[in-house]
Design a protein around this ligand. Structure first.
Ligand SMILES: [Zn+2]
Ligand SMILES: [Zn+2]
Length: 306
């Protein structure tokens, strides 16, 4: 007799190795529509048989996940999409949010954030984070609330954690996306078609209103400008303190150091910023077969150490 696992022995959340396998086989998007936001779906329902068998699971966007769960997409239709995922079929093998270069550069508030991407932290909690993940894919994390601070959406590295998908209007292409909550002033647009990634967003958090764009970074409509423009912040994080009503820039906790470059033009800021990021990575002294400290998921020798 085979041993039946106890319900309590299998946590609801799949192991990370299973998640990784499912993301890769699907080309990092919903099997049906390619959406870069996804959830992990059990084709054989977890409630019927607790399992995390990759052969009986797939990734789906929140809307298609809902269709599968209510029976609007049956078992055989699910398996057909799993066997022929949208992104793979379209040749988007790296997923819908693959980025052009190995190192992220994001234009924000007339400055460039280079290296670990862009992070805005509000009172020690992340609001918006755009980083690099496996297979040179943009990893987006987002935790936004309504004006009255009711939670609206939580996304961690493109995994849709909470937030009813239906009120959200999502448009996306190979290297861009737009996310809008109907009837609310919450919107996010990411354009990674050029080497410098452009982000526009309008969010609420703790009753405070944030606007981020290539030209502007503001807080409650007041341009709390960091006081400078045309700079490159390398391996840096943006920190907002709503009590003091202040912005600050701090080193990425992974590297515990950051650097700043200042040059007359943005292309020069980018060139020098990339060099500076490379030297920050080298100071981590990774072994040839160690994971690259840039978090691409690749080995150092095949990534920034190549
Ligand atoms: Zn979908
Ligand atoms: Zn790397």
């Amino acid at each position: 007799m085979s041993k039946q696992p106890q319900d309590s022995a299998i946590p609801r959340d799949p192991p990370s190795s299973v998640k990784r396998q499912l993301r890769q086989e699907a080309g990092f998007g919903c099997c049906v529509c390619g959406s870069p936001f996804f959830e992990y779906h059990h084709i054989i329902p977890f409630g019927e048989k607790p399992h995390h068998e990759p052969a009986d699971m797939m990734i789906l966007c929140p809307n298609h996940h809902h269709e599968a769960n209510v029976g609007a997409m049956d078992d055989s239709a699910q398996r057909k999409s799993k066997g022929n995922p949208f992104n793979i079929d379209k040749g988007y093998v790296l997923g819908q949010l693959a980025v052009a270069s190995r190192t992220l550069a994001v234009e924000l508030g007339a400055n460039l954030f280079i290296g670990s991407g862009m992070k805005v932290v509000v009172d020690n909690e992340p609001l918006l984070q755009i980083g690099m993940a496996e297979e040179r894919r943009l990893a987006l994390s987002l935790d936004v609330h309504a004006e009255d601070d009711a939670p609206l959406i939580s996304v961690v590295d493109n995994e849709w954690i909470t937030g009813d998908p239906l009120p959200w209007d999502l448009e996306f292409g190979y290297r861009w996306l737009k996310l809008r909550l109907r009837h609310h002033e919450i919107a996010l647009s990411i354009d990674a078609r050029q080497e410098i990634v452009r982000v526009d967003g309008d969010f609420w958090r703790r009753g405070q209103h944030f606007t981020v764009s290539p030209a502007e970074l503001s807080f409650n409509g007041v341009d709390r400008n960091i006081g400078f423009t045309g700079l490159g912040f390398v391996a840096a994080t943006f920190i907002v303190d709503t009590k003091k009503r202040e912005f600050a820039i701090a080193p990425d906790p992974v590297f515990k150091q950051m650097s700043m470059v200042s040059r007359p033009t943005l292309p020069e800021v980018l060139t020098d910023g990339l060099k500076s990021y490379q030297s920050i990575l080298e100071k981590q002294k990774p072994g040839r077969n160690d994971p690259c400290p840039c978090r691409s998921g690749e080995k150092w020798k095949r990534c920034h150490g190549a």
